[in-house]
Design a protein around this ligand. Structure first.
Ligand code: BES
Ligand code: MN
Ligand code: ZN
Length: 473
């Protein structure tokens, strides 16, 4: 889809659908017949509530085929990204190919993001693309909006890159293929990419990551993508770590069959980190950023690790593997330690880490954990600006007790209660004093149902927050 800026009046623009935002408290916008809007409101068919559309075909005095009033809800709680996304989705389903949006005083980046995200479908493996799509999204705005539109398109296209990766099934997207996709993205974006293979990880002593990989015939990789700014404004070095489990059977502590097909999205954190790097390469922030994605398949064969196994991590800490299904933390800890070895001064990780975070926060908020309030404030500010909701969870010292093992330095599970907290504490043990935020995206990385503004399937959550974090550092 083309996103363009058109300096044209609403009446003159030639398009399938000329769209105008009307919020609940708004009167008739200029160009719109006030009597028509008054009649619509009186009938209750269109009152400006979010989700409403009033479509008028061949409107007199307009070059457009349709004039569309779009409800925005209350102005104070307007979410332009979602309103534009929902409008794009509902109009493209009617066969609309070109859409013009009157920007008014709205945020051009958010409008462009909403359109690009709304237009995306997870149809990469459908032989007939029955889901329709827009060809052109034109923003009726001035040149002053140009930079914001460019930024919005980069962010949303990078998020769609992540959604497409996450939607790949595990037979196609093995750890090796994920590494190849990362390499291709890096080459196309002008980023450095380095892939550590199993032999290299053995030399380094990444016993925790390698323990998870043992049960699969697919070899593991540690994917590293680097962005170095032309001129760095600070000595800080941001590390983005993403869980890259291309499929999670649970291992010997096997998962129930019901719903297991969804576990192809267990690499959503890794894909989010790669999508963020794609955006960062194009937006060129002035801070160094390194992405690390441990890519493995958690599978079962005759060599698979067993409950009770004790592994030695890259950090030197020993871990008793009480449950092979708690594999995310086992691969992330080695990546976190390696990030520190590479000189990262600040760390954020994203992982579909626990079912417990879905119980706690449902599908609305990411669960956020930290060892450093200033770092949390930075991540939280970025998430607010990008409209990716998160909620901070506690990490009191008392919870640390849950991970005690009689036979090793740490156990990899902490019992039934507070499961997302003990998982986060496990990672914190390896982050140490490095300012770190952990995002548990198990509840937010996959939409079980389509939203009005977004297709069912992978959401691409955290891409925009990560890119914004680097931009605003
Ligand atoms: N990938 C899962 C977490 C998950 C569950 C993500 C549901 C999305 C939806 C993770 O590897 C896992 O299996 N976690 C276990 C941990 C437990 C064994 C302590 C869980 O949450 O059940
Ligand atoms: Mn698991
Ligand atoms: Zn998992």
């Amino acid at each position: 889809m083309n996103v363009e800026i058109v300096s044209q009046t609403l009446g003159r623009v030639e398009t399938d659908a000329a769209c105008l935002l009307v919020c609940e408290e708004d009167g008739a916008p200029a160009d719109v017949n006030a009597a028509w809007l008054a009649e619509l409101k009186a009938s209750g068919e269109f009152t400006g509530k979010s989700g409403e559309l009033a479509i008028s075909h061949l409107p007199a005095g307009f070059a457009a085929k349709r004039l569309v009033l779009v409800g925005g809800g209350k102005r104070a709680s307007l979410d332009l990204r979602r309103v534009v996304g929902a409008t794009v989705r509902s109009l493209k389903a009617k066969g609309v190919k070109t859409l013009a949006w009157v920007l008014g005083d709205g945020d051009a980046a958010a409008a462009a993001e909403g359109a690009v995200l709304g237009n995306f479908e997870c149809d990469q493996h459908k032989s007939s693309k029955d889901s329709k799509s827009l060809d052109t999204f034109a923003l009726l705005a001035t040149e002053a909006a140009r930079d914001a539109v460019t930024r919005g398109v980069i962010l949303a296209e990078s998020q769609n890159f992540t959604r497409e990766l996450v939607n790949e099934p595990a037979n196609i997207l093995t750890p090796g293929v994920l590494a190849q996709r990362a390499q291709a993205m890096a080459a196309e974006s002008g980023l450095e990419c380095e892939i550590l293979d199993q032999d290299r990880m053995k030399q380094l002593g990444m016993g925790s990551l390698l323990g998870v990989a043992m049960g699969s015939s697919e070899p593991p990789y540690l994917i590293i993508v680097r962005y170095t700014p032309a001129s760095a404004k600070s000595a800080d070095h941001l590390g983005l770590v993403g869980k890259g489990v291309t499929f999670d059977t649970g291992g010997v502590s096997i998962k129930p069959a019901e719903g297991m097909e969804k576990m192809k999205y267990d690499m959503a954190g890794g894909a989010a980190v790669l999508g963020a790097m794609r955006a960062i390469a194009r937006l060129k922030p002035s801070i160094a950023v390194t992405a690390l994605v441990p890519a493995v398949e958690n599978h079962i064969n005759g060599r698979a690790q067993r409950p009770g196994d004790i592994v030695t991590s890259f950090s030197g800490k020993t871990i008793e593997v009480l449950n092979t299904d708690a594999e995310g933390r086992l691969i992330l800890n080695d990546a976190i330690t390696y990030a520190q070895r590479l000189g990262c001064t600040h760390l954020v990780d994203a992982a579909t880490l626990t079912g417990a975070i879905v119980v706690a926060l449902g599908h609305v908020n990411i669960g956020a954990f930290t060892n450093n309030d200033a770092m949390m404030a930075r991540v939280s500010a970025a998430s607010k600006l990008e409209g990716e909701k998160m909620w901070q969870m506690p990490l009191d010292d008392e919870y640390r007790e849950l991970l005690k093992s009689p036979f090793a330095d740490l156990a990899n599970i902490g019992g039934r209660w507070g499961g997302s907290i003990s998982a986060a504490w496990f990672l914190r043990e390896f982050a140490g004093e490095t300012p770190w935020v952990h995002l548990d995206i198990a509840g937010t990385a996959w939409l079980d149902e389509a939203k009005p503004y977004m297709a069912k399937g992978p959401s691409g959550v955290a891409v925009r927050t990560f890119a914004r974090l680097a931009m605003d550092w």
